[in-house]
Design a protein around this ligand. Sequence first.
Ligand code: SF4
Length: 833
Amino acid sequence: MALTLFHGPAGAGKTNAIIKELSSQSANSFKVIFPDSLLIEEYQQNWLQLQSGQGALLNNTFLLYDHFLLALLKLNEPRVHFVGMLFVRNVIRKIIHNSKSPTFKKYIQFPNLMNELAYSLVKLGQCGLNAYRAGLYFKNIPEMKPIINLLHEYENIMASHHAYDSGLLTVALLELMEQDHFKWFDQTTTLVIDRFFPLQPGARELFYRLSQKVKNLNVIISYSIDYAKVDNAHLYYSYTQLGELATRQEHFNLTKKATPITAQLFSNPADELHLVAHQIKELLTHQVDPKAITIILPVLDTYHERLHYLLHNLEIPFSDTHNFKLGKFSSNTSAQEIIPQWLEYNSLGTQYLLGALSTAQIFEEEWEFVVGKLFDATINQPLITGWYQHEKENHSFNLKAKNEGVKILSLTQACLMDTQYLFVAGFSGESLLSGLQDFNLLPSDILGQPEMIETFGNARYKLECIQKNWDDLINRNQTQIRISYSQFDWGGKEQTPPDLFFNEQGIKYQLKLQTDDKEIDDAKARIYPVKKQSTFSITEIETYLKCPFQYYAKHHLKLEEPDEESVDVRGDISGRLIHRVLDKLYGENQDLFLEACDYDLYLKRFKDLIPTLIKNLALDDSHLKKSPAVIQADYIKRATESILGLVDLETGFIRNGTKLTKPHAFEWAFGKGKVPPLKISRDQQEVFITGRIDRIDVDRKNKVFSVIDYKTGELPTGASIKEGLSPQVPLYLMVVKQILFPDFSPSSGMLLGLKEIGKNVGLVFDGLGEDKLLWRTSKITLEEWDDLTLKIENSIIEMTSKINEGHFHPKPLSKTECDRCGYVALCQYKAEE
Ligand code: SF4
């Protein structure tokens, strides 16, 4: 019957002393309890090292706190079901729904409040308070009454299902210990509680009572607090209490020299994370074990996604305990869509989707179980569906929580773990404060009362805990600490350094502004993987010209550009549909179109086909079908007007003699099936270009041909086509000449705009009969054409070499590219002033 207290700052060697004390015992004679499962592996390794690999390890020797409580309760009670927070919230929903009291009615609609309510009931239990004891404890705080009443009903429903959350486990064990027939684990003579801070009042009471109740049980509590240095009543209150209860105390001093801290200041988080990833890679090349490295990031998805992406591309193994919300991912995502992509491109994006998918499946099963157990016909289906949606959206999942590789942790986890190399990135005053909101269920003026702080904490208390966690973190580190901070956040908003970086004298760490772009650029240069290829589509070529990073995101990583918030039909869906309509219209009615070019009667018949054709294809389109009827009708009307306008324009050109060539082929694909690709060769280097031309027109009499492509989106400028910066039209003309009509000359190449009929761009060849189709500036002579083709060929050879060497730094052709690019959040490009 003994309670021993080991105390002193983190990193002072308490764990080693405990393990030494345990080393003379067999593994089934003790249990060690932790607040986080990550610690279990660390402890097991320390233990095995000390035992030189000889010690037997049992599954139930090192345990999470909740698992320990559950195992102990199961030893005493025949029926115990441990339930998660989903079950807890649904019990509360059921109580509030059936209650006549309006107090908590509105909570049902707000997932955050519901969550807070659920955690507050669990917290009361963790503090050892059931409804009866809570009534006594909070007798001077009448505002707690409604919560205590709710707790009372909650306890009854949970008891009827033999269901326990971690608070109810504590309460049940405390009650059981008052009885004579309380059972303890047969062989366990030592119980160690390590790395908890703060130790909840319920846990303190439980361990103290165990030390009193179980004969010959030695309870050791290791408590990381340097009480000599801390002048804070709340932080050392629990120590003082434990100190008074303990039969033996051991104090530990921190003897190690402070680890040097390097602090870096960045202008933006993208550069900050790039350098972190790069510095880790450097450590690994110097044979540092990845498991010796820890990175701490804020609990914001952007940081984790970005760092995963960088580490993944640098082939650095890592694990991350961050939780992503299921609501981030489309609920329509199906396995059929994801799995083929995953097999072809093992990109990070797909891993996330797969993680989301399997989490969603598990969630469905759990929801079905909970609903079947709790809800009856008195609760209507739409209400249950609304709860289901809230829960599913906020349900979180973790992809890489395994304890392997470089560890990415939160501050509260990292301060528990010993590490050799520590990186702290992404923190700002704002991101730290975002997790510190007060308890919203009660008026803020009562939150400062000692009972309330002890049970729920308040923002100030939480901040003090964070400061203590930070000190523990620094103390536990062995070799190297690098902290960094960005002046601006992801959205370009200025941010303040975290309070942790300050002391009474002002800023604690000398933040060195990272202006050495070379180091950052070197880091970035190593990020992109190399993938050899010799065949490229015209779309790929055009994308790389617009911006190498855009190419990388779209064609290497296969990331879809996020949808624009718009009530209209999406641009890509509209583009595909219009192309199908035009292909069918011209392809299946070629003779009628040729007659329409000469006679009004046939023109009318040709145009009469258009409304029905559009309507049928539009209503057949699986994406468009999902749009509201009013949007579909408006879209069909506008598309019909565009295509009618296009036909008028084209027949007008032919009738007035501006255009000589007439339709010959539609949707002609090259580099596919029997049609070879366009081949470009230079200095033993060969590149093959593939693509599809909407229309090829020919005038056999004059031995000329032209190409047409329909554009539903933005058109490039005529100048960029002539300069070879938008090479689609020239490449189409080159491929038709090379493969289809080597003896003919090009007369024109046009991109016809469907957004604004009559707005067309392209090239018209001087003196070949079609040079009045476009503005004079689009005119080109055959000599200029030869120069242009040479320039384009050279540029393609150079560009494809760069792609194969992995050059993908963001470098937009012009600022307008960024204005319409969907990867702006990912590339973090900042134009130079
Ligand atoms: S936003 Fe600009 S720099 Fe970034 S990928 Fe797009 S085009 Fe390139």
